[in-house]
Design a protein around this ligand. Structure first.
Ligand code: SOE
Length: 390
């Protein structure tokens, strides 16, 4: 029996746009959703490019102005997949137009912008309009299992969190000055782009918040060639124009959680050889767990009381009773990075359908933004800095 449609309008069509498009198409085919998502309109500034992307990714129409998407009666959800500099204006306008909003991480480029988004989300929720920020790694089954184990007390009192997110895509000094390397567009560099994931994940897994940080950041390559335009390198005459990198290439910080755990975080785009290496280890009084994104279907668990072999055991997280896994294949048939977005879209639509507030909320996104801002302040001043005072 056909279900009522849910019109999706997505702004942005690059990497995250492709991941979200795949998830919108796949979620209703593997999960029982209250509505049938329709890829109604894809939005991007370059008409030819967005039209080609729309055809490739299965969208029914395209727009070149996000305001047109927000104003369309056939759009029920606005999915924000743009650089952080436009998250606030698009999400606030969409919420005020009564559209549910899914917004890519980090929520915004500043605490001020994030606060405005939270205020709009709270006003909209009072009228039944929902919102969520897309920290997709919460939807890795192994990490959802980790949160369940921690919540059940299997690790005891949490003492340590040790988290890294390591990439190397800009180690080449001639890699161009793309938007992720410009503060006005990205807000920060590795810190906000990939550091936000491990901050959100650590707070989520512990159900705790980071209270203070002591940080350092580094920009190894201070300027880069401007990106090529259709006519060659940007700038007058097509000669090699260069621009200043205005964000961090790497951010390292110590952290103390409100509940007493202490932590180390490392986010770098200069971890040569690490393409997308996110790892987290949590040590408690009764045990530990460890996760490696390069082995996404596995969780390493050590429980002291059950220790007969003197080491961690590997859990292959593909059983039907593991989070989201009953929708996929028989045990042992592993899933991939893209499934985290399908789980995220499933949870968003199910929550909206149940008139619940999807998680993580914009308020949780603000919490991450406050940590990021404290890290930046700490690195600038070289001192321990409390979170939430910015
Ligand atoms: C950076 O290259 C990036 O695309 C992040 O923006 C994503 O959030 C992360 O999941 C993969 O790497």
């Amino acid at each position: 029996m056909s279900k009522p449609r849910l019109g999706i309008g997505m702004v942005g069509y690059a990497f995250m746009g492709a991941a979200h498009s795949h998830a919108w198409r796949s979620a209703p085919r593997f999960f029982d959703l209250p509505w049938d998502p329709e890829l109604t309109v894809l939005c991007g500034r370059d008409r030819d490019a967005v039209a080609a992307a729309g055809r490739r990714m299965g969208w029914s129409s395209v727009e070149t102005d996000w305001r047109a998407v927000v104003g369309r009666d056939d759009v029920d959800v606005v999915d924000v997949c743009t650089p952080g500099s436009s998250h606030a204006e698009i999400a606030v306008a969409a919420l005020e137009a009564g559209k549910h909003v899914l917004c890519e991480k980090p929520l915004a480029n500043s605490v001020g912008q994030a606060r405005a988004m939270v205020a709009a989300a709270e006003r909209a929720a009072a009228a039944g309009t929902r919102s969520m920020v897309a920290f997709n790694y919460r939807r890795v089954p192994a990490l959802a299992l980790a949160r369940r184990l921690i919540g059940d007390g299997r690790l005891g009192q949490i003492r340590h969190v040790r988290a890294v997110y390591l990439q190397d895509w800009i180690v080449d000094p001639d890699f161009p000055l793309v938007w992720r390397l410009v503060a006005e567009q990205a807000g920060s560099g590795a810190l906000g782009d990939i550091g936000s994931h491990i901050v959100d994940l650590a707070q989520h897994l512990l159900s705790d918040r980071i209270a203070s940080v002591c940080a350092l950041t580094e920009t190894f390559v201070k300027e880069r060639p401007l990106p090529r335009t259709a006519s060659g390198l940007a700038g007058v005459g097509g000669g090699e124009q260069r621009g200043r990198v205005t964000v961090d290439d790497a951010a390292l910080f110590l952290a103390r959680f409100a509940g007493g755990a202490i932590a180390t975080f490392e986010a770098s785009r200069f971890a040569t050889g690490r393409r997308n290496g996110m790892r987290i280890e949590i040590n408690g009084s009764a045990g530990s767990l460890a996760f490696d994104l390069e082995r996404l279907n596995e969780l390493q668990l050590y429980e002291a009381a059950a220790d007969t072999t003197g080491g961690f055991r590997r859990i292959l997280v593909t059983e039907a009773d593991h989070p989201w896994m009953s929708a996929w294949w028989p045990p042992g048939h592993i899933i991939g990075w893209e499934h985290t977005f399908i789980h995220e879209i499933r949870d968003f639509v199910v929550a909206v359908g149940a008139a619940d507030d999807p998680q993580p909320s914009f308020a949780e996104g603000l919490g991450v933004q406050q940590v990021l801002e404290a890290v930046g302040a700490s690195a600038a001043q070289g001192v321990w800095t409390s979170v939430g005072e910015q």
